[in-house]
Design a protein around this ligand. Sequence first.
Ligand SMILES: C[S@@+](CC[C@H](N)C(=O)[O-])C[C@H]1O[C@@H](n2cnc3c(N)ncnc32)[C@H](O)[C@@H]1O
Length: 289
Amino acid sequence: MGVVREIVRKLFGESAARKVWDRLEIIGDIAILKSPRLAGMNDPLSINDYKAVAEEIMKVHKNVRSVWLALAPTSGNYRVREKYVHLAGEKRSETIYKEHGCKFKVDITKVFLTPRLSYEHLRVAKLVKEGEEVVNMFAGVGTFSIIIACKSNVRLVHSIDINPYAWKLMVENIKINKVEDKVIPYLGDAAEVIKSKLVNVASRVLMPLPELAIEYLEYALLALREKGFIHVYIHVKALKGEDPLKNAIDIVESKVKELGAKVLTNSARIVRLVGPRLYQVVVDIEVKK
Ligand SMILES: C[S@@+](CC[C@H](N)C(=O)[O-])C[C@H]1O[C@@H](n2cnc3c(N)ncnc32)[C@H](O)[C@@H]1O
């Protein structure tokens, strides 16, 4: 049993404990509780109840300075949660998040960030070979881009985001991590930035936004040189007996072929479960235009 369920059981009894979301997300010194309403379920606790839980959480996690409750899933173009309620500690939504030896300034109410992509950040960084030029189409506060710059011998990472807050934090994070010579930040729509500045430049393109990845594959191909790799993050359903990895590869390959390019190699891995039988999958493809 996780710490949230244990505290709820102590304060409000077994029945409430069974219904709460037992996962605490910790980003820097901020802890985020999640309401079962995120999954469309009833919440057994009121905001005041959550405030009592938050006080207990701060006693257990001594490094947590601020606790928030998430009441809405990530949504919209910027993939930000519309609704957060401050519960305990400092009323502050900005923090420094550390991952793989890099530091990221984030504001949990204004930008997307999840520690659940941590493995992916390093996995992709390890694939980057010396002298590569990478385009990150949906960079957020710069996590993939900066970790690639720190952990590989990449030549350049072109790092695009449409959210002005994410872009501003990405610019700061590039300085904090001293990778100004390797990571170039761009503010704007990835399609527009690529069409105007980044045609045929990349050996590798990252597309970490499942909601737009398939629609924007044509711009990933535009950014790519004659041959290279694309990392496509998508959400796929897999019914009983179906393989989500095969489904994901089929979707990406058929789109690449429709766009007139050839798939040379492919592989896929499940990043995380995002709903009942709904998976986030990354498809790594090598293509020739
Ligand atoms: C899932 S988040 C990226 C997460 C980030 N790569 C990470 O690992 O932390 C997707 C990002 O895409 C950005 N975005 C959405 N639409 C975009 C577009 N058309 N062009 C560029 N960025 C876009 C959002 O603002 C958001 O920061």
